[in-house]
Design a protein around this ligand. Structure first.
Ligand code: GTR
Length: 423
């Protein structure tokens, strides 16, 4: 009896050889549940987009609760402010925000705005992995006070190690963006929810739970990625009230798991004018039906000892090794950004995230952009390394590993220069 059970949960080999990818077919984002073809922008907006949205919600990230009532109690405090950041090129503001009022948890937001800007500046909005203090060498940035993972903690604790200031600075091109006229806002994702299966108890999911703190959400309600996405919107709420920032030119971005969160934030919150996914892979921009690198089973914790069961709804896991049964794929998530500019980026050595699968996610979202009158990606050809493509959907393949680096940022800024409304 034991043997068949063991066999059932054995993880199939990870495919990283293109020749071994099994054939697959994708559902059409422009065919409605009742079989009608989407004829125009109105039909997309009124009929099909809500269906696509619900498919992503039900099968992947779960339903985000309506928190608008408790947001009326939000408290925003400025903890620190200076005009002297980066040698006087930027103003730094550090906020402490209680988005559902002081009875709930808070998050710290770091904002840099170029001093040279004559008008409210466009802004890149993203979460970070280790605490705001890890994103820059700037000694004035406060050290994270909530739970941090081992990598960022003082030995044997879950408390941030102040010596790791700047530990992720290579991933944050604040100064380059300032020189190009862009503001940047970041917050630590662990302030919204610590990233482990029990983390929800110490984050906003428990605080917002309909039955009060420490009560579990029902299956089908939001999971951790949903909570981080919600956090990105709460950052934008604060930015919308900062006079030196233009909230109509906000780009939401994220790397890897935070790229998944960025895509879902862009889908849910159409105030974000530009949506960026950096190496978001499985559960992000990469097609799930294309079996290559990380799969639905691996990511959802279907196989013992690995995965992230708290990131997605339980329903997503049920598609492990039955990806052909998924009623959607990554192109649905990407198409929810339309007609707003979208950027999908991959790294050449990041086969775990499936660079070609990420590109094909964008290719298959393209018809929705075209329907909405946008030129979109405007190619089906996988580009060579370091040759960005696309018009209102951008794509590039950066050389190297799973990361977000200067080349990625230069491409995002170049694209933003072109696609964000001029002011
Ligand atoms: C990996 C995970 C990926 C990606 C990555 C990250 O372990 O398998 O899906 O999200 O973590 O966020 O760095």
């Amino acid at each position: 009896m034991l043997l068949p059970l063991l066999l059932l949960s054995a993880m199939p080999p990870v495919i990283s050889d293109e020749a071994k990818v099994p054939p697959y077919t994708l559902p059409d984002p422009l065919v409605c549940a009742d079989g009608r073809k989407v004829a125009d922008a109105k039909m997309w907006e009124e009929v099909r987009r809500p269906e696509v949205f619900r498919l992503v919600e039900e099968n992947m990230f779960g339903r985000t609760p309506d928190t608008s009532k408790s947001q009326a109690d939000a408290v925003v405090e400025i903890r620190e402010q200076s005009k002297d950041a980066f040698g006087g090129k930027a103003s730094r503001t550090q906020f402490k925000v209680w988005p559902i009022g002081k009875k709930g948890p808070s998050f710290d937001m770091l904002l840099y705005v170029p001093n040279a800007a004559k008008r409210p500046a466009p802004v890149f909005v993203g979460l970070n992995f280790g605490g705001n203090h890890t994103t820059t060498e700037d000694p004035a940035v406060f050290v994270a006070s909530s739970w941090v993972s081992k990598q960022w903690a003082l030995r044997g604790t879950t408390q941030a190690d102040p010596a790791l200031r700047g530990g992720q600075a290579r991933r944050w091109e604040f100064e380059m963006l300032i020189d190009r006229g862009y503001a940047s806002a970041t917050a630590y994702y662990g302030d919204f929810e610590p990233d482990h299966p029990e983390g929800w108890k110490d984050g906003f999911r428990a605080a917002i739970s309909p039955d009060g703190v420490n009560t579990k959400w029902k299956d089908g309600d939001w999971a951790a990625i949903g909570c981080w996405s919600w956090g990105l919107s709460r950052m934008l709420d604060v930015l919308a009230k900062v006079p030196s920032v233009d909230p109509a030119r906000a780009a939401v971005h994220g790397h890897s798991r935070l790229g998944k969160a960025s895509l879902w934030a862009g889908a849910q919150d159409r105030r974000f004018a530009f949506v960026i996914s950096n190496d978001s892979g499985c559960g992000g921009a990469a097609l799930n039906k294309r079996i290559f690198g990380e799969t639905v089973g691996i990511i959802t914790g279907h196989y013992p000892g690995r995965g992230f069961p708290h990131w997605f709804t339980a329903r997503f896991e049920t598609f492990s090794e039955r990806e052909d049964q998924l009623p959607l794929d990554a192109h649905y998530l990407l198409a929810l950004a339309a007609p707003r500019p979208l950027y999908v980026a991959s790294a050449s050595e990041d086969s775990w995230a499936d660079p070609l699968g990420e590109f094909l996610g964008a290719v298959n979202a393209d018809p929705v952009y075209h329907l909405l009158g946008q030129p979109g990606l405007a190619t089906k050809e996988f580009p060579p390394i370091s040759k960005p493509v696309g018009r209102t959907i951008g794509y590039h393949l950066r050389p190297g590993k799973h990361d977000i680096l200067l080349e990625d940022w230069k491409n995002y800024a170049d694209f933003a220069d072109r696609v964000l409304p001029a002011k």
